[in-house]
Design a protein around this ligand. Structure first.
Ligand code: HEM
Length: 263
C-alpha cells in the first residue's frame, strides 16, 4: 500500500486531510475577505482589483482549481469519516449532550452541506452572473471605464446584488453557519494534529473563536452596509436604470390579424 493509500484508508489520515484542506479554505476566506472589503473604498478600488485578477488567467485558474480540489477533498473526507464513525458506533448516544459535544460539533455535516450549497449559489450569483438567480438583471451588462479600458463593474454588481432583501438574507444566513462551522472546525483541526494538552487547548480555542468572529463580522458587514444603503447607493442609482433598459425584453412586434386590419 503506498503512502496516499495509507493516508486515505486510515481515519487519522482522513482527519489530517480534512484539517489541512479546511486550513487552506480558511486562508482563502481571509484573502477573499480582504479583497471584498475594498467595496468600502471608491468603486475603482475593487474594480481595479477584480480586473487585475482576471488579467492573470494562469494565476486565477490555478487558484480556482486548487480551491475546487480542497473543497472536494474536504467534503469527501468529512462524509467518509462520518460513515466510519457511525459504523464504529452503530447505536446513537442516549443523551443529547453526550461526551460534551457542542451543538456545532453535532451538526458539522449538515452545516457544511448548506455552506456548500451557498457556494454553488454564490458562484452562480457573482462568478457566472446568472440573471435568473439575482433578482436584478443581467450583471454582465454592468461595465465601467478604468484607465481608458471598458471593464466589468464588479462594484456595481456587488451593491445591486446585495441590495435585494432575500439575497442579502441568504448571505447573512450563510455567514452565520460558516461562523459556527469554523468555530468548531478550526479547534478540531488542531486537536487532530495532537494539540490537546492543558497548555495549548485554551489558546487554540481562543484562536478559533477570534478567527471565526473576525470572519463573521468582516463578511456580514458587507451585505448589511449595502442593504442599509450606506455603501454605493448613489453610484448604482444611475446604473440601475441603465441595467433595466439593457435587460428589458424587446416589446412584441405588431402582428396584423388578417381581416382585422385597422380601418
Ligand atoms: C459578503 C460576502 C461575500 C461577498 C460580497 C463575495 C463576493 C464575491 C465576488 C464579487 C466574487 C466574484 C468575483 C468575480 O468573478 O469578479 C466572488 C467569488 C467567489 N467567492 Fe465570494 N463573496 C462573499 C462570501 C464568500 C464566502 C463566504 C465564500 C466561501 C464560503 C466565497 C467563495 C467564493 C468563491 C469560491 C468565489 C469564486 C472565485 C473565482 O471565481 O475565482 N465567497 N465572491
Amino acid at each position: 500500500m503506498n503512502i496516499v493509500d495509507r493516508i486515505w484508508k486510515s481515519s487519522l489520515g482522513k482527519k489530517y486531510l480534512m484539517g489541512l484542506t479546511g486550513a487552506a479554505l480558511v486562508v482563502f476566506l481571509i484573502g477573499h475577505l480582504a479583497g471584498n472589503l475594498q467595496v468600502f473604498g471608491p468603486p475603482e478600488l475593487i474594480n481595479g482589483y477584480a480586473y487585475f485578477l482576471k488579467s492573470k488567467p494562469g494565476l486565477l485558474w490555478g487558484a480556482r482549481l486548487g480551491l475546487l480540489a480542497c473543497v472536494g477533498l474536504h467534503i469527501v473526507s468529512a462524509i467518509t469519516l462520518a460513515q466510519l464513525n457511525s459504523a464504529a458506533r452503530p447505536q446513537a448516544y442516549a443523551t443529547n449532550g453526550a461526551h460534551g459535544a457542542s451543538t456545532a460539533s453535532k451538526y458539522m455535516l449538515p452545516m457544511g452541506s448548506i455552506i456548500a450549497a451557498f457556494i454553488v449559489y454564490h458562484l452562480a450569483h457573482f462568478t457566472a452572473a446568472l440573471p435568473a438567480v439575482n433578482g436584478v438583471g443581467d450583471f454582465t451588462k454592468l461595465t465601467t471605464t478604468l484607465h481608458g479600458e471598458t471593464v466589468p463593474d464588479v462594484y456595481a454588481m456587488m451593491v445591486l446584488g446585495l441590495q435585494v432583501p432575500w439575497v442579502c438574507l441568504i448571505y447573512l444566513v450563510a455567514q452565520g453557519l460558516l461562523f459556527m462551522h469554523l468555530g468548531h472546525g478550526l479547534s478540531s483541526m488542531f486537536q487532530s494534529l495532537g494539540f490537546r494538552d492543558h497548555v495549548w487547548w485554551p489558546r487554540i480555542r481562543l484562536f478559533a473563536q477570534v478567527t471565526s468572529i473576525a470572519l463573521l463580522v468582516g463578511y456580514s458587514v458587507i451585505p448589511i452596509a449595502i442593504y442599509l444603503r450606506v455603501v454605493g447607493n448613489d453610484y448604482v442609482e444611475k446604473k440601475k436604470y441603465a441595467l433595466k433598459a439593457a435587460t428589458k425584453k424587446p416589446a412584441p412586434a405588431f402582428v396584423t390579424v388578417p381581416g382585422k386590419e385597422a380601418k
